[in-house]
Ligand binder design. Structure first.
Ligand SMILES: Nc1ncnc2c1ncn2[C@@H]1O[C@H](COP(=O)(O)OP(=O)(O)OP(=O)(O)O)[C@@H](O)[C@H]1O
Ligand SMILES: [Mg+2]
Length: 512
């Protein structure tokens, strides 16, 4: 029988992919084969080389010489690989920090990916573009108008637009690979489910998918096979069928690890650190809350419940229509973030790219940002102290860097997040507001971060924590307040059951 060559045996093969950054090996001779029609997850700790592999595939980061890529029938050496070739071969990408244009409309953002429809004399056919965008928005169930500037959408919807843009011309493609770098990191649970359904749908229709995630439950539910990287080296490729979460964690971390969250050892008093009464504005319609000194108070709520807005209001970064705030027994009326910080309130935002990092600056400087006064003795800046503090944070928070003078953008996504959290925790604020603090942080570092948060509460900091994973919220909070319809409907005290939280978030129970 003649051998059948019509059907490629693999959709994508990477052979000998390596990447050295300034003499440091970030990816070491990766060999990886993706089967046609499979969902393949690429896993590994922060800084293990996942995004590097994906950027090489996209042609945006040059690999070290010697590697080879096979996409369908296209075979190419890595030195000749370019973004145009990747596109022509059918690779489509949603990167960890998607390159979307916040000031342009949704329609324009889509058109930049697929080209503007042209009418007579080559003019851009706006009605056609808007109609096409409207269809796509409906299909992806994004409640927005084609003309809305992308920057006005919330983070979750911006990621969905990025995915929609990547997929827009590949509706019935049965070749090529859709490659997603942490597409669900910024999405709340309900939306994750929705997106996973969509991915399963595409795979069922023949689309091959390679994607990166730190959410292991999600990986086990959606992926056919997983490949695990550790320190730039492939550990293994395995089928997910029959694989347990514990086995997967062991592959990633290299040792067994309980997903333990530290138990509270702090005697939480009735002493109030922050009292919130009748807080209204945006989606909030009168929030009453008391944050006790030394506690971690979790906030549970669905997308759009106003969780993030609540934190922003407490930080003076979102307008308040009504309500009173009392911080440490004194009236607290933050007019802006500066005033909030002076009063001892710190905030780690969900969107670290836009809000929290100092681009172009070193890791060390990003860690000490806002703290430079502490390093002056008279007019002398004490570099040695700053350096020592920086080293301590790097080891406490398991931040993976080659050295702390690296620009912050050369860190992997999860490590950038750790820098932001470390910066605020070490300032020992009175009240710390955390919005999805472990988004993009690997399973090995998650429990450590919660331990460091606990350490801060032992030192007198009180924490309000917003997290999408009910499991994480349940394990790391002393109490959880459920936000629904713009109000706090229930407060659950420890021991907190994650399933119960999910029920409370969704039911109408307790709604006034
Ligand atoms: N432009 C760069 N310059 C120097 N080093 C870099 C650069 N980009 C990445 N690195 C380093 O390469 C290593 C791998 O980074 P990569 O972004 O691939 O990790 P990752 O597996 O995607 O991690 P995460 O889960 O945190 O996103 C890291 O140690 C990172 O600091
Ligand atoms: Mg990454």
């Amino acid at each position: 029988m003649p051998s059948v060559l019509a059907e490629p045996r693999t959709a994508l093969t990477m052979r000998g992919l390596s990447k050295t950054y300034n003499g440091n090996l970030a990816l070491n001779s990766l060999f990886l084969q993706i089967r046609p029609g499979e969902i393949h997850a690429l896993l590994g700790g922060n800084g293990s080389g996942k995004s590097t592999a994906i950027k090489i595939l996209a042609g945006v980061v040059p690999a070290d010489p010697g590697g080879e890529l096979t996409v369908g029938d296209t075979v190419a050496g890595v030195s000749e690989w370019t973004p145009a070739k990747a596109h022509a071969a059918g690779l489509r990408f949603v990167h960890q920090q998607p390159a979307v244009f916040p000031e342009l409309s949704i329609a324009e953002n889509l058109a930049i990916g697929a080209g503007f429809p042209r009418g007579i004399a080559g003019r851009i056919d706006w009605p056609a573009l808007h109609a096409r965008t409207k269809d796509l928005l409906r299909k992806y169930q994004i409640a927005a108008d084609p003309k809305t500037p992308l920057g006005l959408l919330r983070a979750a919807d911006r990621s969905r637009v990025a995915i929609m843009r990547a997929l827009q011309d590949r509706d019935d493609a049965d070749s090529g690979v859709l490659i997603l770098d942490e597409p669900t990191a910024a999405l709340p649970d309900a939306e994750v489910a929705h997106l996973l359904d969509a991915l399963r749908g595409y795979a069922a229709a023949g689309q091959t998918i390679l994607y990166v995630s730190h959410r292991l439950d999600e990986v086990l539910s959606v992926a056919d096979r997983v490949t695990v990287l550790r320190d730039g080296v492939k550990v293994d490729t395995v089928e997910t069928k029959g694989l347990t979460e514990a086995a997967l964690i062991e592959l990633i971390v290299g040792r067994p690890l309980d997903r333990v969250f530290p138990a509270s050892t702090v005697e939480v008093t009735d002493d109030a650190a922050l009292v919130v009464r009748g807080l209204a504005g945006g989606p909030l319609r009168g929030v009453d809350l008391t944050l006790r000194r030394g506690e971690v108070l979790g906030i549970a709520g669905l997308l759009g419940s106003g969780r993030s807005e609540l934190l922003r209001m407490l930080f003076g970064a979102y307008p308040r229509d009504a309500g009173t705030l009392v911080l440490d027994g004194a009236p607290y009326k933050p007019g802006n973030p500066d005033a909030a910080m002076k009063a001892g309130v710190a905030y780690v935002p969900e969107d670290r790219q836009a809000d929290a990092l100092l681009p172009g600056q070193s890791v060390r400087h990003n860690l000490s940002a806002g703290q430079s006064r502490d390093y002056y003795r008279g007019l002398r800046f004490h570099h040695r102290v700053e350096r020592a503090d920086s080293q301590r944070s790097i080891s406490d928070f398991l931040i993976r860097v080659f050295n702390d003078e690296q620009p912050i953008e050369t860190l992997s996504g999860g490590n950038q997040q750790k820098v932001v959290i470390a910066r605020w925790l070490r300032r020992r604020p009175k009240v710390l507001l955390l919005d999805e603090p472990t988004q993009g942080v690997d399973v090995g570092a998650r429990s450590e971060i919660y331990q460091l948060i606990r350490k801060a509460t032992e030192a007198g900091t009180s924490v309000i924590l917003v997290a999408s994973e009910p499991e994480e919220l349940a394990h790391s909070s002393d109490r959880v307040a459920v936000l629904r319809g713009g109000r706090i409907t229930t407060i659950v005290s420890a021991p907190i059951d994650a399933h119960r939280l999910t029920e409370l978030m969704n039911s109408s129970e307790g709604t006034p």
